[in-house]
Design a protein around this ligand. Structure first.
Ligand code: GRF
Length: 285
């Protein structure tokens, strides 16, 4: 039951404990004050006493809980929680929760950063989780800076059975965005988020894609082939490397003087300009 609640509220273990402590302490304070008020009224214990007591407790409870939540650092949670309760009791429609993205990345995470910044104050979309297969990946630092939850995954579990599907589902992840994630998505994940996993590739697919075509290797291959153009491809992810339907492509020129590094820079400019924008267009459709 506790596990279910924690994933419903989408909070870390420590916050979950603090929330429970707030509930318990706020509830006790409310009971205590309620009794005091009833004593002051000096009514006989009967039906009227019970009705009045329930009424007073109902009014006091949110106040007590909010009060206790301040020193425990849980005010924002309880403000939202009580707001939702009030909306439900008054029959008001609640605004739809935001669409929740998980960004998967193995590297520095400059694309992840742009996406996080884009949706930081968005009304309908939020980056809820950053997932990495490398504990030292720069992207995790970016996520921490923005107070976004992170998850480090292990190869064994990722590729076997349910992998991390139930963990991600518990966190309410709607879309998976691959931004420099080097492992292939297992079929079970693709089945669990059909049409909801997208990737960015630093070349004009279908050329220069597939196994081993990542990072510098892509740009080196493009230059070695004497291409005059390269670019980016944003595409759906299927069970093959760099293979799913294309969502968007943008191009840049490749000059004779370009190196893999200078081409990578041009590609990053395109990625940073378009990735977040294309995600938003897709999700708001
Ligand atoms: C990007 O070039 C992207 O196309 C590729 O991995 C790179 C990630 O770069 N899939 P960064 O870590 O976002 O800077």
């Amino acid at each position: 039951m506790f596990n279910k609640l924690q994933s419903k509220w989408r909070v870390s273990g420590l916050r979950f404990v603090l929330i429970l402590v707030t509930f318990a302490t706020g509830g006790s304070l409310c009971g205590y004050l309620g009794k005091k008020i009833m004593n002051l009224l000096a009514l006989d214990k009967g039906l009227l006493w019970v009705i009045l007591y329930i009424f007073i407790i109902t009014l006091l409870w949110p106040l007590c809980v909010l009060l206790i939540s301040i020193p425990l650092g849980q005010f924002a949670f309880f403000k939202k929680y009580i707001g939702k309760m009030a909306a439900r009791m008054s029959g008001r429609r609640q605004p739809k929760d935001k669409v929740r993205l998980a960004i998967f990345a193995s590297g520095t995470g400059s694309n992840a950063q742009k996406i996080i910044e884009r949706f930081k104050n968005s009304d309908g979309i939020e980056v809820a989780l950053v997932v990495s297969n490398k504990a030292e990946a720069g992207v995790l630092h970016i996520a921490n800076t923005h107070a976004i939850e992170t998850l480090i995954i292990e190869k064994e579990r990722f590729f076997k059975g349910d992998g991390y599907i139930s963990t991600l589902k518990e966190k309410g992840i709607d879309w998976i965005i691959l931004a420099g994630f080097l492992w292939k998505m297992p079929p079970a994940m693709i089945k669990a988020w059909p049409g909801h996993i997208i990737n960015i590739h630093p070349a004009l697919l279908p050329a220069y894609g597939g196994k081993g075509m990542y990072g510098k290797h892509v740009h080196e291959a493009v230059i070695a082939a004497g291409e005059s153009q390269s670019g980016i491809t944003i595409h759906y992810v299927d069970e093959l490397y760099d293979h799913g339907d294309h969502i968007f492509q943008a191009t840049c020129s490749v000059e004779k003087t370009d190196t893999a590094d200078s081409l990578a820079q041009k590609i990053h400019v395109l990625e940073h300009r378009h990735f977040g924008e294309e995600i938003e267009k897709l999700l708001r459709k």
